[in-house]
Design a protein around this ligand. Structure first.
Ligand SMILES: Cc1ncc(COP(=O)(O)O)c(C=O)c1O
Length: 325
């Protein structure tokens, strides 16, 4: 990062940002890429580029853009969100997408412009959606005249788990956002990839949102390291998530949920047999040096990453056995 050549990226003059964007676009099989501050900004730009005020974006009830992006697409773009239920495997049923379409000739209705598919699907447990499904949605979106955007915050986790190139996985989509942070370990940043004209539009929108950064090569350099050296090792995170899950099922008083483990995530909840509640468990584990996250009221999510090794997995399971004994 310290040695990265930099320039003013608002003028497109930062060679490190340019290198990151080209590399990201190539890995996603798209024409161009745009370095953005976060996954949230990448998804927001994609929606703003496609939908005008009063237009509609179809997504899952468990979709990150619906649940956890502060309603930005509606607040900033006047975009209507039309949610349909995520299936247990994280997918959106093609028939539900078809049925969610508005009638473009009826002046009472918003106009359906895009569909967003999340892969891996975070709130459904970190599940992967296979190439066949992604292709099916691509065909359907084409038929319905919808832009197909992939929220691929963890698309590399999906690609590693499915043993497929990420470009193949998102081939049927027009655009994809992925995070350099999360499992790829960069401190900051995501990349939005898509056709050249779409990315040019997003560059203007990024500037409008205050996301045009000057000598951003300093942080883009970490993104290049992420793409060059952090992808293959995601398999280790997935293996450790499986080890966590195998250890957890042996502990009385808890049960795995959401089909865990999936990719780098394990979800579980306490049963009526447990000797303590969720908040006590979180507090007790924090005292022992482990941070647990409870995205729902009674469900806990564990995520493995580069800084959690085999020793940490063992130590975690030991602490859990102790506290639930
Ligand atoms: C599926 C998904 N999409 C988008 C995001 C947003 O990423 P960021 O936190 O970089 O805004 C997240 C973050 O957890 C996510 O899980």
């Amino acid at each position: 990062m310290a040695a990265a050549p930099v320039g003013d990226d608002v003028y497109g003059e930062d060679p490190t940002v340019a290198r990151l964007q080209e590399k990201a676009a190539r890995m996603m099989g798209k024409e161009a890429g745009l370095f953005v501050s976060s996954g949230t900004m990448g998804n927001l730009l994609a929606v703003l580029a496609v939908c005008g005020r009063g237009d509609e974006a179809i997504m899952g009830t468990q979709g990150h853009t619906f649940l956890h992006e502060a309603g930005g697409v509606s607040a900033l773009g006047g975009v209507v969100i039309n949610t349909i239920p995520n299936q247990e495997d994280g997918s959106l049923a093609p028939d539900d997408i078809r049925n969610a379409m508005r009638n473009p000739l009826d002046i009472h209705e918003p106009i359906s412009k895009m569909v967003i598919i999340e892969n891996t699907q975070n709130a459904c447990g970190g599940k992967t959606l296979p190439v066949s499904y992604m292709d099916e949605i691509g065909l359907l979106a084409g038929e319905l005249g919808l832009h197909f955007h992939v929220d691929g915050a963890r698309i590399f986790n999906a690609a590693i788990e499915l043993d497929v190139e990420p470009a193949r996985l998102v081939k049927a989509s027009q655009s994809v956002t992925f995070c350099l942070s999360k499992g790829l370990c960069a401190p900051v940043g995501s990349v939005l990839c898509g056709p050249k004209d779409f990315i040019e539009k997003c560059r203007r929108l990024r500037k409008m949102l205050g996301g045009g950064m000057r000598q951003a090569g300093v942080i883009a350099a970490a993104g290049i390291v992420a793409l060059e050296s952090m992808v293959e090792r995601l398999a280790d995170d997935h293996r450790r998530a499986r080890q966590l899950a195998e250890g957890l099922v042996e502990i009385p008083g808890l049960e795995l949920t959401k089909g865990s483990p999936n990719t780098n995530m394990v979800f579980f909840r306490l049963t009526s047999q447990a000797s303590l509640g969720v908040n006590e468990l979180i507090a007790g584990m924090k005292e022992r040096g482990f941070l647990l996250m409870a995205p729902g009221k009674d469900e806990i999510r564990l995520v493995t990453h580069r800084d959690i090794d085999d020793y940490d997995v063992e130590a975690f399971l030991r602490a859990m056995r102790e506290i639930l004994a």
